[in-house]
Design a protein around this ligand. Sequence first.
Ligand code: NAP
Ligand code: ZN
Length: 346
Amino acid sequence: MLTVNAYGATSATDPLAPLTIERRDVGPRDVLIAIRYAGICHSDIHTVREEWGPITFPQVVGHEIVGEVTEVGSEVTAHAVGDRVGVGCMVNSCGECEQCLLGEEQDCLEGNIQTYASVDRDGTITQGGYSTHVVVDERFVLKVPEAIPYEAAAPLLCAGITTYSPLARWGAGPGKKVAVVGMGGLGHMAVKIAVAMGADVTVLSRTASKKDDALAFGASRHISTGEEGALKELRGSFDLVINSVSAPLDMDAYLATLRPHGALVNVGAPPQPLPISVFSLIVGGKSFAGSNIGGIRETQEMLDFCAEHGIAPETELIGADRINEAYERVLASDVRYRFVIDTATL
Ligand code: NAP
Ligand code: ZN
């Protein structure tokens, strides 16, 4: 066992605080990673505040992890000491079901083991990336291309893949009109990736405060949805809408912005239900779908795509003592566009 420094939650209401956690011994197929940077995802906040349901405390979150391999197990072939690697939202899956065999481990029929707040193979609760080290099965470790700046790479492991996957699946590309609802951590990556795929991108954000950034990321339009009648003017506009908002929205109003046979894909994960009128789907034969991160093979594809297209998240680097403040700023949408923790401060 390795005892490592971390920063975690001891209850759903207390601030996060420094603590230590145990990492398992490096097994034959394991990789020990010295974590350098960890991104702060809104899912971390939903989780520690028990908005998605009860969890076991203490809990360390963080599933946007980059660092260096410092030890490998005797049977590891994919990674070597010194490699720059990443870990996202999953650390294991059954490896045998039809979904795992397809490379869609996020949809493992046995349920994948998440990077934090999941029951691991040994019965312990997985602990996430706000820590100095992690031990992970080599199959769930990604290679982070050198072309991506180190501290900017971390958010790709969740925000990057969660937006790349539905954009790829629903065919964002030349000739397609894509709207991104909410320009936070996920949303700003959706914009950059959809632009790189060749789509015409519109940002639907509450106020004009992110307009200049949206256009700088390559969007052709920015609409302030807080303005009266803004959505009505967009009726029938988009082939694909990616909703990245962390709170419930009037989905009927957003479905109305789709062209006939268009799709609205929800990646935002508010704890509350999203009511929809069936007529918003029937009229125009529209689809309402969800999307859950992405498989390991597709995550590597996304990292390579970002390296090739020179895409990286916009980040604000913080020390561990600012994690609680960062949470409040995420909740206030006062982040441009992802906080990244320098784990040297843990
Ligand atoms: P974030 O950085 O907080 O961004 C969310 C954005 O939504 C905000 O920047 C804001 O954009 C908009 N927004 C926030 N509150 C709103 C409200 N009450 N009404 C309307 N718009 C609002 O969060 P994130 O890290 O990108 O995560 C977004 C959501 O995706 C979370 O629910 C998270 O749990 C979920 N998620 C899902 C997956 C998956 O696999 N499906 C993976 C990761 C995260 P504007 O200021 O532009 O309006
Ligand atoms: Zn996440």
